[in-house]
Design a protein around this ligand. Structure first.
Ligand code: GMT
Length: 375
């Protein structure tokens, strides 16, 4: 099949997921055309069957806000026509679903029908999409999609709750390539981080408010009182400085290691003992799944779809948003001895296998085939 994929090219769940999906489809022989404003982060180097089309947004003195959505819709039309695409799969509703609707309508005037699949990822529904400045367009364009998918049951329910959606929303879980995360720890890296054999706790995110990174630091503060530990913080964003200040105020800054944005996450997960995800909301929590696939148990909140990924008492523990006391207590329970930690590590690894790429890609292919019977 000839598939167009539209996503955000930056670090972050939806872009990573869309890029990995495109790469897996290309490996299976499909022709995949990425349409984005920048080369997606994980799309480096030449990959057979993958094409990248950059959306150019010309500026003009009149434009205080260059019209990205118009440029995107026009690029979609151009790529669909000239590369004879069979379908368009857009990730994250804003503004991709409405731009896809515009492209679809333009192509209809030329007698071409292009099916549009919209995958909802989270904040496009629960945070940004709900804002009344966007909501009418978001609801309309989702309803106009030929297929709507959500990355968890929770996000499906949230979408119905927040918008008047008159179509079936299908759940296709996020996935990971388990072989990629089955990585041996680099001893030298571990020694630098934890020279005295300290437990390594890890948090990775975009450091937005919704992640409640201060709770991560608070949980770690409690843990390090009882057991020797280090906290590795990966990623960058608006709350990083506050977290650094908090570390200094609590007198534990020497135990925090901020490493900024990183691409080789599998090497980082491999040295960690416990992953902390204290978010106010996660539609799914792809980072938690990546941790689990790397044999790292998870302490998370029970917000959104996290309970569909992290299994209470098996792969880790869940607590109410802001319940630092429970999260700290459960973290200490997992880390208290090697035997318990090893059991949780093994459980996390085993549970992650059900989200392997091999199981999920056919679900997307089956959706595509509804529109592309002969290809
Ligand atoms: O919040 C982020 O980490 C980024 C955001 C995005 O749009 O890329 O992530 C969302 O999509 C991911 C992939 O489907 C999910 O795993 C995240 O849970 C979701 N984030 C939220 O719902 C806050």
């Amino acid at each position: 099949m000839r598939i167009g994929i539209v996503c955000y090219p930056t670090y972050g769940g939806s872009g990573v997921l869309a890029t990995e999906l495109g790469k897996a489809l290309a490996e299976k022989g499909h022709f995949v055309h990425f349409i984005t404003y920048q080369q997606p982060v994980r799309l480096n180097g030449f990959i057979p069957n993958i094409y990248y089309h950059e959306v150019q947004v010309p500026t003009y003195p009149l434009f205080d806000f260059p019209p990205y959505e118009t440029a995107l819709a026009s690029t979609m039309v151009d790529v669909i026509k000239n590369h004879h695409l069979d379908l368009l799969h857009v990730h994250y509703a804003i503004p991709h679903a409405s731009a896809a609707y515009m492209a679809k309508k333009i192509l209809e005037t030329e007698g071409k029908h292009i099916p549009v699949i919209t995958t909802l990822h989270g904040t496009d529904i629960t945070l940004v999409g709900r804002d009344k400045t966007y909501a009418p367009v978001v609801a309309f364009s989702i309803n106009q999609s030929d297929v709507i998918t959500a990355v968890s049951n929770n996000l499906r329910e949230e979408t119905y709750k927040n918008f008047d959606i008159r179509k079936e929303i299908e759940v296709v879980y996020n996935f990971i390539d388990v072989t990629r995360f089955n990585h041996k720890p680099l001893d030298a890296f571990k020694k630098v981080l934890a020279p005295n054999g300290e437990r390594i706790l890890l948090h990775a995110s975009n450091f937005r408010k919704i992640k409640r990174v201060q709770d991560v630091v608070k949980v770690f503060y409690e843990v390090q009182k009882t057991i020797p530990a280090k906290l590795l913080l990966v990623g960058d964003g608006p709350e990083r400085q506050t977290a650094e200040e908090q570390g200094r105020e609590l007198g534990i800054f020497d135990k925090l290691v901020f490493v900024g944005k990183q691409e080789q996450m599998e090497e980082i997960f491999a040295v960690a003992d416990l992953f902390l995800l204290t978010s106010e909301y996660e539609s799914f929590g792809l980072a938690a799944l990546e941790a689990m696939a790397s044999r790292v148990p998870v302490i998370s909140t029970d917000a959104g779809g996290l309970g569909e990924v992290n299994v209470e008492g098996v792969t880790g523990f869940l607590a109410a948003v802001g319940d630092v006391a429970t999260m700290s207590e459960k973290a200490l329970f997992i880390l208290k001895d090697d035997h318990t930690l090893e059991q949780f590590k093994q459980n996390a690894f085993e549970h992650a296998q059900q989200f392997n790429i091999d199981a999920i890609i056919p679900e997307y292919e089956a959706i595509y085939r509804r529109f592309c019977k002969d290809c």
